[in-house]
Design a binder for this molecule. Structure first.
Ligand code: FAD
Length: 331
């Protein structure tokens, strides 16, 4: 594909709303556009029902939104999304294509890069433009123990952005943009695999990814019963409970609680880590928290290097006193 202009974001839906990850990708795209002297940002969204998502895309930073509405897209089959993204890239002819490192993105983006005859920068935490207008990304490697900086040598450069690594822009309803129907013929033959059933695990309280306060526990809690005071603490301060991988691997909590490189990325104002050593793979999921508070009996634990406040001690002694104090303060 010849050298293009601008940035194309491959959008995702949450129901019939624009997904938060797509608003984050649009925010990243606007920064890149700024570095490229204001090149246009376009968005492609596809689904059986788009609701108000195209307009939300403009409010979130897109100049042009390409839409595809088709019953073929019911359930968002990746095969159909690949076809849509490829067509959108042909029409928009972008310099960069950005998607999100989600379940869908992990399936779709490598295939889109292949079809465009280019390479993919996976799992990007930051995206920048260098002096030669190449897309430069940072991404965790070796299980999060190191950060690699990669420059995309081909265009269009395709990148998968890690959720929660960029703040979305405040929606601006006064932004002006164009909504265009993408010229593509989709039929069922494009879809080779479909999700036939979904089981939703009921979740209590605030979603981990959206919580302003996260109280996370590690192997140091000794067992699932150790999470009871953590749940009390979280509900007292309106937070969500998280966990290290050691906890989820041991089956003390489901993997949906896992924070880290292979778990969820959280960006709360306050992250309280109890009995967590602070391995790099765990920190990859929480180091963007505004403040980290650690409770650990080992003064040499890595978590204290990252924490703004720390208590060296046995959580069984520290936590009840902490919760009592909070009760008093909140009365
Ligand atoms: C490819 C790869 C991906 C990974 N992805 C993730 C990931 O997404 N998320 C993740 O969390 N990990 C991940 N890991 C695992 C990671 O390397 C660590 O093994 C894990 O985070 C350790 O969990 P932990 O801190 O709970 O347990 P431990 O390392 O066992 O630490 C327990 C801590 O509790 C403290 N402690 C013990 N008793 C008490 C007490 N009574 N009071 C106070 N403190 C106490 C100890 O001093 C210790 O610091 C990954 C590893 C690999 C190789």
């Amino acid at each position: 594909m010849a050298d293009g202009q601008g940035i194309l974001v491959i959008g995702e839906l949450a129901g019939s709303e624009l997904a938060l990850v797509t608003r984050e990708a649009l925010s990243a795209a606007r920064s890149l556009s700024g570095a490229l002297g204001g090149e246009p940002v376009s968005l492609v969204i596809a689904g059986a029902d788009l609701g108000d998502a195209p307009q939300q895309g403009i409010s979130a930073g897109a100049d042009t939104v390409y839409t595809v509405v088709s019953p073929v897209l019911e359930g968002t089959p990746p095969d159909a999304v690949v076809a849509v993204a490829e067509r959108a890239a042909q029409v928009a002819s972008p310099r960069y294509v950005i998607g999100s490192k989600t379940l869908l993105g992990r399936d779709v983006l490598p295939r889109v890069a292949f079809r465009l005859g280019t390479a993919l920068a996976q799992d990007c935490a930051t995206l920048e433009v260098d002096s030669q207008q190449r897309l430069v990304a940072t991404r965790p490697v070796y299980g999060g123990s190191a950060i690699a900086k990669v420059a995309c040598l081909q265009t269009p450069a395709v990148a998968a952005l890690r959720p929660k690594s960029v703040e979305p822009l405040e929606p601006d309803a006064s932004r002006i943009g164009e909504i265009k129907t993408l010229d593509i013929q989709l039929d069922d033959s494009v879809v080779k695999a479909r999700v036939v059933d979904r089981t939703e695990r009921p979740s209590e309280g605030i979603r981990l990814e959206d919580a302003k306060v996260v109280v996370s526990g590690g192997r140091g809690l000794g067992g699932p019963e150790g999470f009871e005071p953590l749940k009390d603490l979280a509900s007292l301060i309106g937070g969500a409970v998280g966990a290290s991988r050691a906890v989820c691997d041991a089956g003390w909590l489901p993997s949906s609680y896992q924070v880290g490189l292979t778990g969820k990325t959280v960006t709360p104002d306050l992250y309280i880590a109890v009995g967590i050593s602070g391995a790099s793979q765990h920190m990859a999921g929480c180091s963007s928290a505004r403040a980290i508070v650690a409770i650990n009996k080992d003064a040499g634990a890595n978590i204290f290097k990252e924490a703004r406040f720390g208590v060296v001690g046995d959580w069984q002694k520290v936590l009840p006193a902490f919760i009592d104090q909070l009760h008093e303060l909140l009365q």
